[in-house]
Design a protein around this ligand. Structure first.
Ligand code: FMN
Length: 208
């Protein structure tokens, strides 16, 4: 007997790196997509940074999700590969959590669910935020990329001429969702008819 899940399931995890605003905005974007079932989990440090940076309670974010999981519960549904998750994004992703995933330390739900995504060859996007990066960070990120994760530091682009923090955040979140195959038109795209006009479009040669 086959059973089809109509909605795509996405797990959003918010950890304690700076940039809680990216997690908030991404959830708001997903909430607007009727064909996506949003699962959410926040680490303890993620709750702290959410309060410090956005002045928001975890409960406000949890109200935007279809299903909320305790980050301490390694028995929750996303801890098993038999639970059909279409994608997972950790946004923002701390170095601690990135390291846990890279080296198989799966004592909490976030690192366990991410490990499951990798072993099942499913989409895992890590919005890792730290700067500057030392050799150990870079080695960890290289290892994660080799394992199949998308390393997506929320580095702003400026080619769409943003004027506000929201415009910067929106563009990064839109591009993160692109990685999960979710279309949200939240910022002008380069070269699209309603986006940013490409430059040098008619010249293939440098003198031209
Ligand atoms: C305000 C604040 C900002 C932080 N910013 C970062 C950061 O940008 N990157 C990072 O890796 N850790 C950052 N940390 C430290 C993490 O919160 C800490 O390493 C924590 O243990 C991460 O745990 P988690 O991955 O379970 O959320 C920050 C902590 C605080 C309180």
């Amino acid at each position: 007997m086959t059973k089809q899940t109509k909605k795509r399931r996405i797990l959003v995890a918010i950890t304690g790196a700076s940039g809680a605003i990216y997690g908030v905005r991404l959830l708001e974007m997903l909430r607007g997509s009727s064909n996506i079932e949003v699962h959410l989990t926040l680490s303890k440090a993620g709750r702290l940074t959410l309060g410090a940076e956005c002045r928001r309670e975890a409960s406000e974010l949890e109200a935007m999700a279809d299903v909320v999981h305790s980050a301490a519960n390694v028995g929750a549904a996303p801890a098993s590969g038999s639970f059909r998750l279409d994608g997972m994004i950790i946004v923002p992703c701390s170095i601690k959590t990135a390291s846990n995933i890279a080296y198989g330390n799966t004592a909490d739900l976030i690192s366990r669910a991410a490990d499951v995504m990798l072993k099942e060859r499913r989409n895992l996007v890590l919005a890792v935020r730290e700067t500057p990066l030392h050799w150990g960070h870079l080695e960890t990120l290289t290892r994660l990329a080799k394992l199949g994760a998308v390393i997506f530091p929320p580095l702003p682009g400026f080619y769409h001429n943003p004027e506000t923090i929201d415009e910067i955040v929106d563009q990064s979140c839109m591009r993160m969702l692109d990685q999960l195959g979710i279309d949200v038109e939240a910022a002008p795209r380069w070269g699209e008819a309603d986006g940013v006009a490409p430059i040098g479009a008619n010249s293939c040669d440098e003198d031209g």
